[in-house]
Design a protein around this ligand. Sequence first.
Ligand code: NI
Length: 249
Amino acid sequence: MLLHLMTWTEVEDYLGRHKGILIPIGSTEQHGPTGLLGTDALCPEIIAKHAAAEDPDIIIGPTFNVGCAQHHMAFPGSMTLRPSTMIAALTDWITSLTRHGFEKIYFLNGHGGNVSTVKAAFSEVYAERSLAAPGSNGPQVRCHLQNWWELEGIFNLCKELFPSGHGSHATPSEVAVTFFAYPDKARNTVLDPKIAPMGPILDAEDYRRRFPDGRIGSDPSTATPELGEKIVTATAKALMTSYGKFVAA
Ligand code: NI
């Protein structure tokens, strides 16, 4: 079920039975010459929706689709939040949900650059409760951050499907996932060099100098909707196991 397609009475009924919610979180940032700007938000959203279609007990919240992407800002279309803004926004998202009785908030992440900031937001949520006067604590809250490519077995599957030029940004696996969900956006072009360079990530201007077409270490020209489907099917299955364990704990 998708939260934004439910009514408040349906959510109230659900909260009588379950306390968990799954939120896709990503970024809006360049993904090389062939990848969509929404790739990092679309991947967790596509995978989460696939899992929710299999399991009616999973509610998917709105996708948090702009993250920490300052290093991509030299490429048009990229958007970013300052870490402090993102921490504030995430704290409010989580607190809105816990206000109604959600206790287990699982974020499925599509962007490595979000990790430290999301964890800082979790610490803010926990600190607020710990600092409250005794007796004023609300229901317990547990937050979890899971990178989709680190779900059990998924990184190995991606390496198997794309043995060379997987890289770390605009990877063929993430591009394939979006091409599976949006086949009319599947495209290809001659990439030069075929496999992009690797290197450190610093500020936006430095990034564009080091990685002129936006890719890092990758060759997304091997991405196809068919391979994307394999990744989505396997990742949704692994997600259901991981989410199930989290809400049951
Ligand atoms: Ni990405």
